[in-house]
Design a protein around this ligand. Structure first.
Ligand code: SF4
Ligand code: SF4
Length: 102
């Protein structure tokens, strides 16, 4: 499709990256697997407090009850290269990816 961003690989094959578009936080268990496989610094683990606000997660302060659970966020979507590693590793199928329009 001419209106979809794609890449021509050295082999001559065409590859259409699918970029991260959303993350279903209600399903996320905060396991951090996706964070570990993302090589691009797109994702960030944060705390979710009782009011539904994000709070910073500080490992040394883990005893603090400032947040109710940890969830992953898409902090820098613009850095995503569309590899889908995060979606493949996620045990809860939280991710949605889509090609980019150009
Ligand atoms: S698709 Fe790849 S680059 Fe994009 S957020 Fe997921 S792991 Fe990171
Ligand atoms: S792998 Fe899935 S469940 Fe685990 S932190 Fe990432 S989005 Fe959440």
């Amino acid at each position: 499709m001419s209106n979809t961003f794609n890449v021509t690989l050295p082999s001559g094959a065409t590859w259409t990256p699918t970029f991260v578009t959303s993350l279903a936080q209600e399903k996320c268990i905060g396991c951090g697997r996706c964070f570990k496989v993302c090589s691009r610094g797109v994702l960030e683990l944060v705390g979710l407090n009782a009011d539904g606000d994000y709070v910073r997660v500080d490992d040394e302060d883990d005893e603090d009850d400032e947040y109710e659970k940890k969830v992953m966020t898409i902090a820098h979507q613009e850095l995503c290269i569309g590899c889908t590693a995060c979606a493949k590793i996620c045990p809860k199928k939280c991710y949605t990816h889509a090609p980019a329009a150009v």
